[in-house]
Write a protein that binds this ligand. Sequence first.
Ligand SMILES: Nc1ncnc2c1ncn2[C@@H]1O[C@H](COP(=O)(O)OP(=O)(O)O)[C@@H](O)[C@H]1O
Ligand SMILES: [Mg+2]
Length: 312
Amino acid sequence: MIIVENLTKKYGEHTAIDRLNFHVRKGEVVGFLGPNGAGKSTTMKIITGFMAPSEGIARVGGFDVFENPIEVKKRIGYLPETPPVYADMLVRDYLTFVAQLKGVEGASLKTFVDRAIEKTHLGAVQKRLIQNLSKGFKQRVGIAQALVSNPEVLILDEPTVGLDPKQVAEIRDLIRELRGEHTVILSTHILPEVQATCERIIIINHGKIVAQDSLANLSTLKSGSRRVHLKVRKANADLQERLKALPGILAVVSTSPQDWQIDATESEDVIERVASEVIKNGAGLLEITSARADLEEIFLKLTYGNEAGGLA
Ligand SMILES: Nc1ncnc2c1ncn2[C@@H]1O[C@H](COP(=O)(O)OP(=O)(O)O)[C@@H](O)[C@H]1O
Ligand SMILES: [Mg+2]
């Protein structure tokens, strides 16, 4: 549905995005994750036809965004970084206005506006002035205007930025409801956002894609390490040294005399080996759990760690 090839944007001397390549299939919900300044908004502005790339191509539903911007815009609903707010319009009037701009007419007009209002739970405020709404409701109006022409593709630039936790949860629910009906790309600089809503994520840093994969693959298969939490009754003095000496153990840290945290290379039998060493030590094993390195660590490594680093 969306094809991006070697997409590059330079602002003067500054390269904001550098040869991006990715595809998004119909019905997918893809998260564009990266710290501020990574190039997320720039990419979205190009895909939606609001800005020309310096090089490379972007296609939506088979149409090149610059050869056929009208065809592309028909298929896309866009929530920009700073949503266009017509503060002195009523919610319903504004949505009707946007739908008309997008070519919705006749009997469809009321149906489409009703549907956007219903999806974004704006029914109770549809006759209110936009300027009198809370930030959370304004953001919903922004999403409603993206939805109102019932486009195949939705591009949402940081849809939860500046909202309180309850509002964030509501927007996340809404995005989950859109799954399957629309192809969605959303951007965010916060990881829980993509974890909550997206099937696939593209991590971007300094204008380059540093990883792209399904959420499941990124958080497990590629992490290559495992963290074991250990609770013991009373460790003997040499436990730390003995654990460190086991094959595949990277680090052993005791966070309290009873609690230990062990990082190990990904291996099936690491738990078994740690448990048997603890028992030999006479420490009294109370609890042992293991988790794969989580996506947050991967994200931080990719975006704040080694500049040249990447998983791909
Ligand atoms: N209009 C512009 N003129 C010059 N530089 C810009 C402009 N817009 C964005 N940039 C720069 O391009 C880079 C990417 O910005 P942006 O796409 O907004 O990132 P993000 O949305 O990931 O925070 C940043 O370094 C930013 O300062
Ligand atoms: Mg941005």
